[in-house]
Design a protein around this ligand. Sequence first.
Ligand code: MN
Length: 259
Amino acid sequence: MDKSPLQDFAAAIASGKVRIVDLTFTLSPDFPVIVLPPEVGQAMPMRIQRISRYDDAGPGWYWNNITLCEHTGTHFDAPIHWHTGKDLPNNAVDTLPPQDMIAPACVIDCSVEAGKDADFLLTVPIVEAWEAKHGRIPERHWVLLRTDWSKKNFRDYANLKEDGAHTPGPNAEVMRWLVHERGIIGFGTETIGTDWGQAFHLDPPLPAHHYLHGAGRYGLQCLCNLDQLPPTGAMIVSAPLKIENGSGSPLRVLALVSH
Ligand code: MN
């Protein structure tokens, strides 16, 4: 009897031929949230409130109430998150197509550059140099920017100064190019947002959000363990919570890597 691709897949996972890499930070009240200019609304850090833990409030069970921003911890950005994507069809986490929740990834390693310069900017020539080595970025692939930023302690992770955050990210041209010349399904980072820390000063401001969501594409941020992924060939599983009309959601992001 011929095996179905899914039977082969199950066997590959069972045998370790396909390895699962967890790209997710632990959700905790300490995990930094993005800080916006003070005149606009702010994200709330996660809250955990104990209901019971094998005590009078619940003698045999442990559980918590949690409060989350849609953009807390390792999380997914849907097109409705940005004004450029607000009128697109199926643009919220409860309506986006489930087949978009599994897609391959290209990983661009800029960890050395970002280690030297917190304001490192990803540009088109850098991605073209990556393509010269690894091939053209195919359509409907994630592009994940490896910076090793996820290895920092929480204070250095947000890296807030008087003039805002200083964290690596993409410039405007490369985001327009990745979305419109390469047709990527989304862009993922190890930092607190898909955009550069100082991206309010770019044109358009916050270009990753602007171009991705305007074209119905997605964002992933606060990823970790990107150093365990090959430049090409990993499959990303990223299924956000089905929040009614949700703009994004914390989620578990898994990469499937073939040995
Ligand atoms: Mn977000």
